[in-house]
Design a protein around this ligand. Structure first.
Ligand code: ADP
Ligand code: MG
Length: 709
């Protein structure tokens, strides 16, 4: 809410009717400090008492709800260990029985006198209505007195009971809802078919019908997401208008010359992405684009195309990878592609001697080197460019909006202060961010919501599906090893992936992989050449081992997830993942993407003895699907956005009541509405002042949008 300092909405909860100093302390634990907080404290769910059926009107086999008091609870053993549990309800003098088979634990949840709702499909049996395995809702004493309507249920803290909470919120609504100011202008609001805000606040806490509750709740969730999306849209607009960039024209001749360098035709998805990027490059506005694709879909090729457009237009360009292994890999792709090209190129990593580095920096400063591949070493303070036109940042999916806001400014100039950038270093280079793996739609719309997005969902032709199977018994393990050995003997190669093990100081310990490699070299793989790679090794060492593996001087590489990103070795067709349950879905998909890159059929074995349902479901998803976008959505629904992105880097989104997993549809609507409002410049109209101020107050600092653009 946007409230003036003297608004009654800022009344401390203590002074709300029915609260007082003691309860105020308890409410503070729920983050509720003002009357306004209470109004925005949404019910976690509701009981719908509006459609409780009276027993006289029950119809068989249709989903219905009855309400009554427990008068009898009975558990019985029937034949061969089967049990039957029944609970008899007195519904205004008529009886309905709930029945469960082999679920005797439900017994414990009932006692005589309790008021409950049973929902299910009733059947007539022995002159009485019976519902088997009904859904149960327990009404508390206070609920039981409610005779109808939709009953909100709130999250509680110890010391406050449901009926008290309900009364407190009810009092707050009665007294304070009228002070709620709607930040949406009326005409705009009605065009979106949203109820007025004050009405929604009442409707969510004291709904007359489920319909009203839903509509009201959606309005409040919408506002939360809409303001967030407005912030993103503003950030994008500021980026576009403040950051003039160089115009890179292409011609059909240049296009043909670039395409000729690649030994294959681009896929339709690649062409589409290239078209979008090329349009950005010649627009005069700085590109700020995310390129997302399924593993192996060929992002690097698209990035390289764009880099060559930059070079053809006379600018320098960089490709920055998160690790040395990946930088080297990209470098090899570049070298291969540009064998017959005169483009001046360079690999800048942390491994150069001081003297080599000095020389390279000089050549970068003068513009002699046109295309540079590297790691973070590329954005050290001492690296300056003659005319950097395009920066490609690979695999930065772990950075969110806030982190990237800082990041892109480092990339484009030494000056970390966004505001001065233009004066400090001339036009901003175009920026293309590549992700390692498909991103769920709602994460795209939030963490990457300020970027333009190109998506490649199809794989190059001839790419095979990796046959994936979970291995969960020791007999199956033996068989899997047997199979792997046969494949190795036929000339294939493979990875054995071990989960990360943390040392006491919380860093990645090499002990687990080292031991695994030793054991395998003596045991299952004693007749094969086993190599080892992990994150604690010097990067030079890592590159050397990867090369050895690539040159087929090793059969098996035992590894932590360092092979996760980008590694591309077509002859490696086998992957065995130890304790697969310890990895997230997207990560497993990413790992699996390291194989299935050549002409031979590839196989992935997920070793996992776990009995956890959640983990089993994850592994089953992987067995069943190979489409990365589908897997990303499944992962997101199972674990939520934080885990998908890796919580450490990503941080929490500043949302008040919305939930990205639950509220995806509203998010989608909010995004369309917000971007539309910004692009038509309707948002600049004075009637949106209130809303604009709110957005800047809420997100200005977080998104670095101090100005309204
Ligand atoms: P990603 O980075 O998206 O996982 P890469 O760009 O590393 O994928 O490409 C994976 C492999 O596919 C590379 O060996 C690349 O040469 C090859 N490739 C890319 N595009 C095509 C294409 N259109 N046709 C055939 N092979 C392709
Ligand atoms: Mg790649």
């Amino acid at each position: 809410m946007d409230v003036s300092p003297e608004s009654p909405l800022l009344t401390p909860v203590q002074f709300v009717k029915g609260v007082g100093p003691q309860r105020a302390e308890l409410l503070a634990k729920l983050g509720l400090e003002t009357a306004e907080d209470l109004l925005w404290f949404l019910p976690r769910d509701v009981f719908d008492l509006t459609d409780v059926q009276s027993v006289d009107r029950i119809e068989p086999d249709i989903l219905q709800t009855v309400r009554g008091q427990v008068v009898d609870v009975d558990g019985r053993r029937i034949s061969r260990g089967r049990t039957i549990t029944s609970v008899l309800l007195d519904c205004d003098g008529k009886y309905v029985k709930g029945v469960w088979f082999n679920q005797s634990w439900v017994l414990k949840r009932f006692f005589n006198g309790q008021t409950v709702l049973f929902s299910g499909k009733p059947k007539r049996r022995g002159g009485r209505w019976e519902i088997s395995h009904p859904q149960i809702q327990f009404l508390e004493d206070a609920d039981a007195q409610e005779t109808g309507g939709v009953l909100p249920r709130y999250g509680l803290t110890e010391g406050i009971r449901m009926f008290e909470m309900r009364r407190i919120v009810r009092n707050t609504v009665e007294e304070y809802a009228r002070y709620v100011v709607d930040p949406l202008p009326d005409k705009f609001r009605t065009s979106l078919e949203l109820p007025p805000l004050a009405e929604a606040v009442r409707g969510v806490h004291r709904p007359g019908s489920m319909e009203e509750y839903k509509r009201s709740r959606e309005r409040i969730l919408f506002d939360d997401l809409f303001e967030f999306q407005l912030g993103l849209a503003l950030r994008r607009r500021i980026w576009k208008s403040d950051h003039r960039s160089v115009v890179m024209e292409t011609t059909t001749k240049i296009d043909a010359r670039i395409r000729r360098l690649f030994p294959f035709e681009f896929t339709a998805g690649q062409d589409q992405a290239i078209e979008e990027i090329v349009a950005d490059l010649k627009s005069g506005e700085a590109m700020h684009r995310l390129l997302q694709a399924d593993v192996g879909a060929g992002k690097t090729v698209v990035a390289l195309y764009a880099m060559l457009v930059a070079v053809a237009a006379g600018y320098q360009t960089i490709l920055m990878a998160p690790t040395e292994v990946l930088a080297l890999q990209h470098w090899e792709t570049v070298q291969q592609t540009l064998t017959h090209s005169r483009v001046e190129r360079f690999l800048l990593t942390g491994q150069l001697t001081a003297k080599q580095r000095q020389k390279a920096l000089e050549q970068i400063r003068t513009g002699e080197k046109q295309l540079i591949v590297g790691t973070q070493a590329l954005i050290q303070k001492d690296v300056t460019f003659a005319n950097l036109g395009l920066a490609v940042i690979d695999e930065q999916h772990k950075f969110g909006v806030a982190q990237r806001a800082r990041f892109s400014s480092h990339t484009v100039s030494d000056d970390a202060n966004d505001e001065n950038q233009d004066d400090a270093s001339g036009p901003t280079p175009h920026i293309l961010v590549m992700t390692a793996t498909p991103i769920p739609r709602s994460v795209c719309m939030t963490q990457f919501g300020d970027l333009d997005i190109s998506t490649i969902s199809e794989l190059p032709p001839g790419r095979q599906t990796v046959i994936t199977s979970r291995v969960s018994t020791s007999a199956a393990c033996n068989k899997a090893w047997e199979f792997i050995r046969k494949q190795l003997s036929a000339g294939r190669q493979g990875y054995v992936i071990c989960p990360r093990i943390d040392d006491e100081d919380g860093t990645d310990s090499p002990a687990g992989v080292e031991q695994m490699a030793t054991e395998l070299a003596r045991g299952e793989l004693r007749n094969y050449r086993v190599g080892l790679i992990h994150g604690r090794m010097e990067s030079e060492e890592k590159s050397r081992i990867m090369r050895t593996f690539e040159e087929q001087q090793l059969d098996v590489l035992v590894s932590t997830t360092v092979v996760e990103v980008g590694v591309d070795i077509p002859n490696a067709t086998l992957m065995l993942i130890q304790q697969a349950e310890r990895f997230g879905l997207s990560q497993l998909h990413q790992l699996r993407g390291r194989i299935g890159r050549g002409t031979h059929q590839s196989y992935c074995f997920l070793f996992s003895m776990t009995e956890s349902d959640e983990a089993s479901q994850r592994l089953a998803t992987l067995e069943q699907f190979s489409d990365g976008f589908r897997i990303a959505e499944a992962d997101f629904e199972l674990r939520g956005p934080g885990d998908v992105l890796g919580t450490r880097q990503h941080g929490k989104l500043p949302l008040k009541v919305a939930n990205l997993v639950r509220d995806q549809t509203i998010l989608h609507d909010a995004r369309l509405a917000a971007f539309d409002l910004i692009s038509t410049r309707m948002f600049d109209h004075p009637e949106f002042d209130l809303l604009r101020n709110r957005v800047i107050r809420r997100f200005g600092e977080w998104m670095r949008i101090s100005r309204t653009g």
